[in-house]
Design a protein around this ligand. Sequence first.
Ligand code: PMM
Length: 268
Amino acid sequence: MTGIWGILNVTPDSFSDGGRYTDPDVAVAHARMLRAQGATVIDVGGESTRPGAERVPADEEQRRVLPVVEALSADGIPVSIDTLNASTAVAAVHAGARIVNDVSGGLADERMLSAVADTGADVVLGHWRGPSSDMYARAQYARVAREVASELRARIGAAAAAGIAPARLILDPGVGFAKSGEQNWEVLRGLDETVALGHRVLVGTSRKRFLTEALAAASTHEVTERRRDLATAVTSALAARAGAWAVRVHDVAATRDALAIVGAWDGA
Ligand code: PMM
């Protein structure tokens, strides 16, 4: 059964849910609800990666995320920490996080892979070509799905060199990171290239701009959050079909239902 990672952005400025969960009590309550809806992991982030976002100092990031990581971990909820900073990753693992989710695959902070190696936590290596502030300038590919897989292979090598056992790795093709709308669809269409690397694969499409664009092209009605969550449930179910081990979403209930229906179709 494909896992569902529930997104908890404890940030004032994430592109779809910024500012909603900056109060730790509100954040924890929301995460508990996502867990009750079927989230297998809660992915806690304190720095927005939305296109054009400015970096947040690591101490401010930790002030946002650590109380939430600690409270959820104390409840026995599996927590992943979504961060580019080695110091935040290590502090979050000490606070109970079991997984470090680095969308840069260890490229943003050169200390990340060696710092995480010693913690024993699992590690998400995302496909990334540079900071959100100018990532679209880097969206140059001849065959995007293949290049994503080969660049991820290089990150697997870097993780191994840092002492992270292969069984601890989770790969993510980085939908929306240094990719245009059409390139995101090509990455999803070619997801088997990433799956073929032989690790668990995580896919995050939730509410991303390429879905908004596809929905806007489908109807002139306003592209509401509800429509983007429905689109996310569809892409997440298709990603599961294509071999994703887990999907990362804001609306856990919608994706849980979509995965259940695909499972029923497949006789699972
Ligand atoms: N996308 C965002 C943030 N973190 N982590 C992983 N592993 N994969 C993603 O695709 C990903 C991520 C950006 O989306 P958000 O601001 O809605 O969290």
